[in-house]
Design a protein around this ligand. Sequence first.
Ligand SMILES: CC(C)(COP(=O)(O)OP(=O)(O)OC[C@H]1O[C@@H](n2cnc3c(N)ncnc32)[C@H](O)[C@@H]1OP(=O)(O)O)[C@@H](O)C(=O)NCCC(=O)NCCS
Length: 161
Amino acid sequence: MSLTETAQLNKMRQTLIDVYLSGYAGMSEYAYTSSQDVWYYLKWLFRRSQGGFFLLLHSQLPRGFISTDPEWRDLDEKRIGEIHELVVTREFQGKGAGSLLLNRGIDFLCSKGHRRIGLWVGIHNYPAIHFYLRRGFRYGPVKGIWQRMYLDLGEITQKPS
Ligand SMILES: CC(C)(COP(=O)(O)OP(=O)(O)OC[C@H]1O[C@@H](n2cnc3c(N)ncnc32)[C@H](O)[C@@H]1OP(=O)(O)O)[C@@H](O)C(=O)NCCC(=O)NCCS
């Protein structure tokens, strides 16, 4: 489902914080660890998303989310379709939820006219880096502890069968 109303965000506050903290457990180098910081971050993500914040529900509970940004500026200041966050709870990882969310986010950014999708991922977050590489993303520059990655639409976005 898409999260479009501030009231929805407020109602789901604790659940979304829990999804984030579960997904990033043990990865404090790349993630907020206090509920308060996660909440400020979620509100920032929501403000930027303009309808591009999607939840994956199971038994009516969010198990993952993606937050996109159709009006982000890349390092060269050109407009780009950005994925600011993609996270799935630890127990739901490896079951296809991340792929579904990623496709939904990409579709949304495409519908806003983007041909290039960008994101930052931790330089040692190998599972996520491989996840993106297998879905057609390529390496961009490194900045500190962050690896830039790009997907140019029209390239292969499905892993080979
Ligand atoms: C990266 C992430 C979003 C992927 O979500 P996911 O639901 O695990 O993704 P999927 O199940 O669609 O695909 C995961 C891949 O890892 C494989 N996998 C196998 N066992 C796995 C496990 N126990 N946990 C995670 N992935 C596993 C899957 O088979 C799949 O392989 P593929 O790329 O060859 O298809 C998720 O792992 C996550 O939330 N990580 C922590 C937060 C994070 O690093 N986010 C990225 C920020 S840029």
